[in-house]
Design a protein. Structure first.
Length: 109
């Protein structure tokens, strides 16, 4: 009976909201090539040390602090600095979209 309770509790956990961004200019890590980045919706802790206004305005410095905390594979500072601006805009747009209230997201769809 204990197993059933545990299984039910796990089944009811909310899924983490994520979006996948396909990169225009893939990132090379040694022999590995990263062509897409999975971005998960940040919790408040991932936003520490940055202004929410800066994140919403897609400030490069703010994104440089937040993106390594919420991306898979985790982006490094150097990768973010060397990233194609079009890819940074795509990633920033996803992060900014996560910060909008639910009603605002629904209205834009």
């Amino acid at each position: 009976m204990t197993e059933q309770v545990t299984e039910n509790a796990v089944a009811e956990l909310p899924k983490q909201q994520t979006e996948t961004v396909e990169l225009d200019s893939p990132i090379t890590r040694g022999k590995q090539t990263v062509t897409e980045i999975h971005v998960r919706k940040p919790k408040s802790g991932a936003l520490r040390g940055v202004s929410l206004t800066d994140v919403l305005q897609m400030d490069v410095t703010a994104l440089g602090k937040v993106l390594p905390r919420i991306t898979e594979p985790a982006l490094t500072d150097g990768e973010i600095r060397d990233m194609d601006p079009a890819d940074l805009v795509q990633l920033g747009g996803v992060v900014a979209g996560f910060l909008l209230p639910k009603k605002a997201r629904e209205a834009s769809e």
